[in-house]
Design a protein around this ligand. Structure first.
Ligand SMILES: NC(=O)c1ccc[n+]([C@@H]2O[C@H](COP(=O)([O-])OP(=O)(O)OC[C@H]3O[C@@H](n4cnc5c(N)ncnc54)[C@H](O)[C@@H]3O)[C@@H](O)[C@H]2O)c1
Length: 327
């Protein structure tokens, strides 16, 4: 089976590429390499792996790469509110216009299924647990573009089978590391500074380990026949946490950590999510918890695996977006 992963050199995409190869699939990756350009190297000598440094906004380059592809997992995007605020036009072009065109091309080329990585951020603020059919309140351009692509798929116009994965906030080690995600950010800052400011500490979000996220997506492909044309919250019951709880978990690894809570902040998202539908369809349990993710970050820093966690490549607000595919 051949899987094409857009954004396959990204934080989630690179772990997914690995998982797909491990499960015996051929993997074709399209990525503009906005961040850590070395990510694909590990797989380049694998005959089941192909890498193309291509901008997804250039449709003429995408169409030929869909030949012979069974499933497309679309992860490429300008990811997160801060990045979408900083690059609004690029966000609109990448997250909505390019996604729409790729969906159309997938239908034209007879791709069996399109798996869209959306986000639980679409819920914005919830009372109680958000289910897939609940009200969406996107609070950023980033989430708004995700909601619009979801609607496009749901209204059936493109004529292709699809699955929408509304992902929890991801954490843990990836070949393309991100230190702008809550668990990774808290663990990295706590390790280096012994100090954390926690803004809006009682707001909730669901979290998932990046390897578990890849397992879910692979399982979605395996069970595509039953899962198709459905929206899934991707995460696990029991994995909704307040930010202060994440800071407390980090303190288990850094006992002299000083935590200051700040009852204000700009990120107003506050949602708890119901994952029973995913469990019902796929029957998967999480292999990892937030503790594991914190340990991975502390390990990678204490062993010097990542030397400079302040480098631009680890933050989505500082991508190399000027002519990303010029060499
Ligand atoms: N990481 C999370 O916590 C999280 C949570 C919810 C949803 N998601 C979704 O998962 C997906 C992956 O997120 P991530 O954390 O891996 O982000 P990421 O930024 O690490 O990965 C995105 C990848 O897409 C590539 N890309 C961006 N624009 C491109 C373009 N025009 N052409 C080709 N490649 C391009 C980037 O180079 C990058 O490698 C995104 O769609 C995101 O919305 C992630």
């Amino acid at each position: 089976m051949k899987i094409l992963i857009t954004g396959g050199a990204g934080y989630v995409g690179s772990v997914l590429a690995n998982a797909a190869l491990e499960s015996g699939c051929s993997v074709r990756v399209i990525d503009a390499l906005h961040f850590d350009r070395k990510v694909p190297i590990i797989h380049l000598s694998n005959p089941n792996y192909e890498f193309f440094r291509i901008d997804i906004c250039e449709r003429q380059n995408i169409a030929p790469l869909l030949e012979g592809v069974d499933y497309v997992v679309h992860t490429a995007a300008i990811v997160g509110e801060p990045a979408s605020n900083r690059f609004p036009e690029l966000t609109e072009k990448t997250n909505y216009a390019a996604a729409k065109e790729i969906i159309r091309l997938c239908a034209e080329k007879g791709v069996k299924g399109f798996i869209f990585l959306s986000t639980c951020s679409n819920y914005g603020i919830t009372e109680g647990l958000a289910r897939e059919d609940g009200v969406l309140k996107p609070l950023s351009l980033y989430a708004d573009t995700k909601v619009r692509v979801e609607r496009l798929l749901m209204d059936g116009t493109p004529g292709i089978d699809w699955v929408v994965c509304r992902m929890s906030t991801v954490y843990g080690a990836s070949p393309r590391m991100r230190f702008d995600l809550t668990v990774n950010d808290f663990a990295m800052n706590a390790y280096r500074k012994r100090y954390l400011d926690v803004f809006l500490p009682y707001t909730y979000r669901p979290y998932i380990h990046v390897y578990d996220a890849a397992r879910v997506i692979m399982s979605m492909i395996e069970h595509f026949g039953e899962a198709r044309n459905n929206v899934f919250n991707v995460g696990f019951n029991g994995e909704n946490y307040q930010k202060i709880k994440i800071a407390d978990i980090v303190r288990q690894f850094i006992p002299d950590l000083k935590i200051d809570v700040v009852d204000k902040g700009t990120d107003l998202r506050d949602y708890q999510v119901d994952f029973r539908k995913l469990e019902q369809y796929l029957g998967l349990k999480n292999l990892f918890t937030v503790e594991d993710g914190v340990k991975e970050v502390v390990d990678m820093l204490s062993q010097g695996i990542i030397e400079d966690p302040d480098a631009d490549i680890y933050y989505n607000t500082k991508p190399r977006l000027e002519n990303p595919v010029e060499h």
